[in-house]
Design a protein around this ligand. Sequence first.
Ligand code: MG
Length: 328
Amino acid sequence: MNVKLSTQQGDRAAGVLLATAAGDALGAGYEFTHPDAGAAIEMIGGGPFDWAPGEWTDDTSMALAIAEVAATGADIGRGEGLDAVAAQFVRWFDSDPADIGNQTRAVLSRRPAGGAAMQARARALTGRKGGNGSLMRTAPVALAYLGDEAGCLDAAAQIASLTHDDPQATQACQLWSHAIRHAVLHGTFDGVRDYLDIAPADVAAYWGPLLDQAEQGTPEDFANNGWVVHALQTAWWAITSTDSSDDRHLRRALVAAVRAGGDTDTTAAIAGGLLGARWGASAVPAGWRRILHGWPGYTAPDLERLALETVGGGCDDSDGATDLLAQS
Ligand SMILES: [Mg+2]
């Protein structure tokens, strides 16, 4: 899908991976802790895996694995494109990452060749399968399908199910990808609720009250944020409970997500994908941007470049471009 973006839409698209990484690296030093209400939250690294300051973790790395394939112009939601995403996941796994979710490890350690084999391996896992590990990496799906609402939903589900065979994980990835896509195009957070209008009735009936709870509750109400549902609620709480009157909202909400505690790198990475889509790369604090880095040897400019290549799909945009300016 070839697309043309306005300057503002381009900034917002460039912000998706950058703010995902910023949230991830901000939360990395606080993973599995519950910072005091008054504690300063800084991009200090450390934490259970002794991250360097500014270093992102598996959340961003897996998102980049998806984006790298989308940037070639492949259709990441099916066929050879989905196979290529699966191969990139294995490539990342073979880099011996410090941090990897239990479900993701159980799938990737078998090195399934191709999308169908990886999905079959995920289906074969037993026990609880609703971890937050698919939601944390779904942001680039929105970029790849900016001009295709239905394609975005389909691809979000297919890529989620590579490692997470769980209906709520699938729905969460669809909701968040839809919201990120909407935010890049329109510059609002309205896509979160808009998903309820396009989802099946039972799915909308499930998620509507959860969004209400996130907007009205406190992190204690959704404290099990290693679970995909509570992870999404924590991210949405952080976004909706902080001052959104200007683009410093991005920083305020990421700090709030970390302060909520628990799986802090992941809840902040999830929030970051949507915050970056709403406020743009220009809203990411310069002090964060300077030190961001991680697999596969990237820094902040690489994230912005890759995000825009993901939108372009690696295609020449001179012919048959879908003009999205009218939607801005
Ligand atoms: Mg992580």
